[in-house]
Structure formats: structure tokens, C-alpha cells
Design a protein. Structure first.
Length: 455
């Protein structure tokens, strides 16, 4: 078991911070503190909880720049992306605060009396966040769970605990009760397992690999513990011949190079109708090469380094730097966990076409017709996201209905908006996050019948 986490800047390979890990005994103590704080939090009038969450949002809003700079340091994200992520936390807190007083039950007509339902908080919720989007995804679970009256124990990824720890400081500065929102850095196999297995934790929210998600699901099943999983993806970018090919090619690089491809929603399978395939690839090459990789602190940078040396080796295991590629971009020389933007021309059964690489690598594959496009799009164990490019509204509706994925965009690569539900099919996860139902996912529904019959 590690005694500390060493936080390395992915762009410079320099040591930025040393963070103590949370032991299983400390997890147990944190759960007990959280349970006590949660009872007091849930007893507050809804309006008071909403005001405190909005105050939390304002403190974060006042500190978005230092948060962004911290994200740049620990995750290597370009400054523009990091600023968006910090502001997204603000938006998520504000959106969740707006739902506190709207978390209503129902009145159901029944014979002999009145039947009502109420939504009650679960208790203590564990949020296990990933390293690819440390701030937003942590807030996906934390904001609605708090708004619904729960306490939250957040375990950030081993490589990116700094922004999470700072957010916990801001929560206390905003006046949230001590113990209500705690950050527990540590290894997934130790600190994470202790949280998942603890009987005082009512629900686990996990974002990460499908393999780890299955392990967590098995542990939760042993206690019939509630669970939300957002797992891997191998999303298709389907371009039909009737699409605006210039626009589709110009938009494609951002769909798989944003966050250096470390995105479960990355459109890493580019499926193009054969009659326009060559033209699309001609347009794609300059667009990929123009996607600027460089110093994350430079506002002009669009792509930073990979998170770690281990992640770079994982990407290299799929396609080495000297392997033939249809398109290959450039990255800075010297230190940093850099990997160039790469587009391969492949076959549907290639390893690079079916496995999640989690790096700046896409595979381009031609298809014949609509049925072939749907077949190829669904030829994966995942079903998280995807894009459909066409001018035909009927086709857009047919293909959207046929592709097995939780989040689809037509003539767009948008996947995540905090006011719409997000989640996957198949091996991409269980449950949904965000959107109008976000708070309800952190509650129990209690049914109450009141007899009106005379005694």
C-alpha cells in the first residue's frame, strides 16, 4: 500500500505535489463523520440547502482561474479546456441547487384514502472520479447528491487529486457543514475498495474502465448497494455521402483529439460512406495537422500531453510511432507524455477498431449504405455516444433509432450537457447522470397511504 501519491505534471514530468493517501481506517472514520453531517443537512429546510449550494457555486466561480491552473498542472489540460471545466463545476452546482425545492413526490389516486410518495435521501454517497475530466465528472455525482440531501465522499483518481481537494476547501468556505463533503485521496484498490465495501455507504457512483466497473458492481451486489456506472466507449462518427462533407471533416479532429483522446465519448471510429471516403480523408488531413499540440499554458494550444508515461505506453501498444498511418500530426520534442494525433485506415475487426485506446488515435473505415453503417456502428461491446452526419432528416431519425448508444448527435459531436441525461448502453455502463432526473437518482421513493375511512 502506498503511503503517498506523487503528482507529476504530464507536460514537464516534474513532481508538483505529494498527497497523503487515505487508509481504510480513515475511510471508516470519514463515513461516520459523513453520516452525522448528512442527518443535519437533510433536516435543513430545502431553501437553506439550495442557498448553501449556490454559495458554494459562487466561491468556485470566484476561483475558476486558480482551479484551471491547478488542472493544467496535474492533468496537462490546455488552459482553455481547464477553464471550461472549472466553470462547468459552477454550472453543475447552480443547476443542482435549482432542483432542491423541486424534488417533489406525487399524489396517486386510490380508493379509500390518500396516497402520496416522497423522495428521501439515501445517506452517504461515494463518488469515485476519473483522471480524464477530474473536476466536471466529480461534480456530476457530487452536486446532485448534495442537493438531494446526501453526504458525499469523493475519491479522486490517483494522478489528479489536487482540484478535488481544493473544491472541498471551497465547500467549507461556503458554509457547508463539516464532514458533509470530504475528499479521500488514495489508491483505487485500497481507498476505493474500502469505500465500495463499507456498509455505511448507500450508493457508489463510478466513472472509469469497464473492467473496474464490473468489479465494483460485484462488490455492490453483495450488499444490494445502489450503483451508477459510466464506463468505456468506442463511439462512431458516421458520415453519409449527403452530409456537408467539408463541415464534417473540419469537425472530426475535435471529436477524437479533445483532451488528447482521453474521453469515453471520443469518436474514435470514423465511418464514411465509400463514395465520399477519399474526399473526406483529403479534407481531414489538414484539419488534423492544424489541431495544435503544445504547452498547455499557451491559450492557442488545443491538445496537451497524455496523463502519464503508462498511458502513453498503452497508446503505443496499439500503434507505434513508426507504424504507417493515413494521417499523423506533430507534438513537442523533449519532456512530457506526448503522442501525436493519428488516423489509421483499418478494417472493422482490427484491434484498433474495437478496443478503447484512450488516446489521440482514430480509425477510418468506409461503409456501403445505411444498413452497413448501422452494422458497423453497433459492432462493438460499447454503446456510449456517437455522431451522425447527414442532411436527410428521415435518415437521421432512422439511424439514431438503430444505433445502440445512450447519447447521439446529428451534425454535431456534442455528448454532454448538464441539463440532459447521460449514460451508456451495453458495456458502457448502468444508469444515467445529469439532466432533470439527476437528483432523483440519489433518493429513495417512499409510498405513504392515508386511510380516509371512518373508524
Amino acid at each position: 500500500m502506498l503511503q503517498e501519491l506523487r503528482i507529476i505534471n504530464p507536460a514537464t514530468e516534474e513532481l508538483e505535489a505529494v498527497v497523503p493517501v487515505t487508509t481504510p481506517a480513515e475511510v471508516d472514520a470519514a463515513v461516520r463523520r459523513a453520516a452525522e453531517a448528512q442527518r443535519k443537512w437533510a433536516a435543513l429546510p430545502p431553501g437553506d440547502r439550495a442557498r448553501l449550494l449556490r454559495r458554494f457555486a459562487r466561491v468556485v466561480e470566484e476561483n475558476t482561474e486558480p482551479l484551471a491552473r491547478l488542472e493544467l498542472t496535474e492533468a496537462g489540460h490546455p488552459l482553455g479546456n481547464a477553464r471550461w471545466e472549472a466553470n462547468n463545476v459552477v454550472d453543475l452546482l447552480d443547476y443542482a441547487a435549482g432542483g432542491v425545492e423541486r424534488l417533489t413526490g406525487t399524489q396517486i389516486p386510490v380508493a379509500g384514502g390518500l396516497n402520496i410518495t416522497v423522495q428521501e435521501p439515501l445517506g452517504v454517497v461515494a463518488v469515485i472520479a476519473p483522471w480524464n475530466f477530474p473536476m466536471p465528472i466529480a461534480a456530476w455525482g457530487t452536486a446532485p447528491a448534495l442537493a438531494a440531501g446526501n453526504a458525499v465522499l469523493l475519491k479522486p483518481a490517483e494522478t489528479t487529486p489536487l482540484t478535488a481537494l481544493r473544491l472541498a476547501e471551497y465547500a467549507l468556505a461556503a458554509g457547508l457543514p463539516e464532514g458533509l463533503f470530504q475528499v479521500l485521496p488514495g489508491e483505487g484498490t485500497v481507498t476505493g475498495n474500502a469505500l465500495v465495501e463499507h456498509p455505511g455507504v448507500a450508493k457508489v457512483v463510478f466513472t472509469g474502465s469497464t473492467t473496474t466497473g464490473r468489479h465494483i458492481a460485484a462488490e455492490c451486489a453483495a450488499q444490494t448497494k445502489r450503483l451508477t456506472l459510466e464506463l468505456g466507449g468506442k463511439s462512431p462518427n458516421i458520415v453519409f455521402a449527403d452530409a456537408d462533407i467539408e463541415r464534417a471533416a473540419a469537425a472530426a479532429p475535435g471529436s477524437f483529439l479533445d483532451n488528447t483522446g482521453q474521453d469515453c465519448c471520443a469518436r474514435s471510429r470514423i465511418l464514411v460512406q465509400r463514395s465520399v471516403y477519399d474526399r473526406f480523408m483529403e479534407l481531414l488531413e489538414p484539419a488534423v495537422k492544424a489541431f495544435a499540440a503544445g504547452d498547455p499554458a499557451d491559450p492557442a494550444t488545443q491538445m496537451g500531453p497524455l496523463i502519464s508515461a503508462a498511458q502513453r505506453e498503452r497508446v503505443r501498444s496499439y500503434v507505434s510511432e513508426d507504424a504507417p498511418a493515413a494521417i499523423r500530426g506533430e507534438v513537442p520534442k523533449g519532456k512530457g507524455f506526448w503522442y501525436p494525433a493519428t488516423v489509421l485506415e483499418g478494417r472493422p475487426d482490427d484491434r484498433t477498431a474495437v478496443e478503447e485506446i484512450f488516446g489521440p488515435v482514430a480509425v477510418a473505415i468506409p461503409f456501403e449504405d445505411e444498413a452497413d453503417a448501422i452494422r458497423l456502428a453497433n459492432a462493438t461491446d460499447y454503446g456510449l455516444s456517437g455522431s451522425i452526419w447527414t442532411r436527410d432528416v428521415g435518415r437521421a431519425l432512422r439511424v439514431s433509432g438503430a444505433v445502440a448508444a445512450g447519447n447521439l448527435s446529428v451534425n454535431s459531436h456534442s455528448s454532454v450537457r448538464y441539463w440532459t441525461p447521460f449514460g451508456g448502453y451495453k458495456q458502457s455502463g448502468l444508469g444515467r447522470e445529469l439532466g432533470p432526473g439527476a437528483l432523483a437518482a440519489f433518493t429513495e421513493t417512499k409510498n405513504i397511504f392515508i386511510s380516509s375511512e371512518e373508524s
